[in-house]
Design a protein around this ligand. Sequence first.
Ligand code: ATP
Ligand code: MG
Length: 273
Amino acid sequence: MSVLEVKQLHFQFGKQTVLDNVSFALDKGDIAGLIGDNGAGKTTLMKIISGILPGAVGKCDLYTDSVGALIEEPALYPYLSVQENLKFYCKLYGKDYAIIDQFKEALDVTVYLNRKASKLSLGMRQRVGLFIALIASNEFILLDEPTNGLDPKGINSLLNLINKLAKQYGITFIISSHILANLDQVCNKNFLLRHHQLTCLDDEAHAKYKIYSEDRSLKDLIAILTRYGITFERKNHTIVVNDLQAVKDKLTKEGIVIQYEKAGLSEVFFDEN
Ligand SMILES: Nc1ncnc2c1ncn2[C@@H]1O[C@H](COP(=O)(O)OP(=O)(O)OP(=O)(O)O)[C@@H](O)[C@H]1O
Ligand SMILES: [Mg+2]
């Protein structure tokens, strides 16, 4: 089921083009990763999708009743407690207060529910921000660098929670991050924003595979790939290839069995530079 369809989207701030001919689509339960250098336009794209930034040209159609977003700082009332802030957002979005009890453990905010928002650490604020996004929508949530400021344990539990929300409740997410390993952990689609354009990194043209064989040494494999004219990269003790089918075909001919695994985002990302 389609949740979002973006087609030939164009946006500029004054004379500065930020997004040019951006197209992509998301289905229910997708967790989409958005990567790109500082200033690439990730936050801008999220603001356009969530409807807080007008002026984009092209198609940006949402097929959900609601959208929740944590973009930059969550808007909290500093003199209200976390609980009071959450209740405020429940009222604003017409949700029952029961949602606070439902997710307070998973979001790990129970211990500071009564603390004033002004007294929260950065990581605590992020969690409350995600909570508010969840109150706003149980269908589609945009998270702009949600792992910022979280400790390693917090990052892991946040990513697990996102995964659980996508799988159990079919919530769709877009998450931006500079930590590629974080995105690798949860995203089933990955997009790179560069030079105003969006590239999907999952198609065969971009996918990369690390190959191994128990039958032959690294040196032998390299010699064979070279002999067949197959392009590969050597990364320390692994061989990374793009055309997995060609590699399988040729090595099978040689009677060699290979194991392979899809390379992580960092392998793909740095080669796109
Ligand atoms: N309110 C604004 N007015 C004018 N230009 C802006 C505004 N907000 C952002 N920009 C410009 O738009 C471009 C995209 O910015 P954006 O914040 O979307 O990047 P980003 O990918 O989120 O970067 P980062 O990784 O640093 O968060 C940048 O060149 C930025 O300077
Ligand atoms: Mg940003």
